[in-house]
Design a protein around this ligand. Structure first.
Ligand code: ZN
Length: 193
């Protein structure tokens, strides 16, 4: 998805403010400036962020505790203003713009979450009829291995294979040699291939 223009950014933020206000009025909650400050900080990220990054961004402008950040993020996720992604080592967040489809690649090895875009698939997902359900957020996560982890794993495998090959014990012909051991253990025999 292409970055939003300034005017679009303003509209997106205004709409987010409106939805937050609506929710708090409906649920008889106090409209604290703190919540709007957190919402603005959340919407200032064009991409994934974690609580630490959000805390740092808020720190210079607004005094706010980590506890309020967590509760507000939960609230924003409930309203559908933020997408929450729980990974093994941390939680990632991303602002949710109405009609946007979020695509993520989640590495099961290092726990890294990366977003990507696919406009044609995004359109398909949005046009997909969902029976007896009103969608408010679209998010698709593909789990697997990132290229870095895949390279590392392959390297480790190769090293292991080399070690196995280096051991003469591994070059027995389908178990028969193991049975025939009596005189010399395969370890003592020098392999010839
Ligand atoms: Zn990885």
């Amino acid at each position: 998805m292409a970055p939003l223009k300034d005017t679009e950014e303003t509209l997106v933020r205004e709409e987010a403010h409106r939805l937050l206000t609506e929710y708090m009025l409906e649920h008889h909650q106090r409209k604290t400036p703190e919540r709007y400050a957190i919402l603005d900080a959340v919407y200032s990220f064009d991409g994934l962020f974690d609580v630490d990054q959000l805390f740092q961004r808020l720190e210079d402008r607004f005094r706010v505790s980590r506890a309020s950040i967590y509760t507000t993020l939960d609230l924003l996720a409930q309203i559908g203003l933020v997408v929450r992604n729980q990974m093994p080592s941390k939680v990632y967040y991303e602002r949710n713009i109405p009609g946007q489809v979020h695509f993520y690649k989640a590495c099961t090895e290092c726990g890294k979450l990366e977003r990507f875009t696919n406009d044609s698939l995004g359109r398909l997902i949005k046009e997909m009829p969902v029976k007896r359900f009103h969608p408010s957020m679209y998010s698709l996560t593909i789990s697997g291995l990132c290229s870095k982890c895949l390279t590392n794993i392959n390297r480790r495998k190769k090293r292991l294979d080399k070690k196995k090959k280096a051991k003469p014990k591994a070059v027995t012909d389908k178990g028969t040699a193991a049975k025939e051991k009596g005189k010399g253990t395969p370890k003592e025999k020098k392999k010839t291939n």
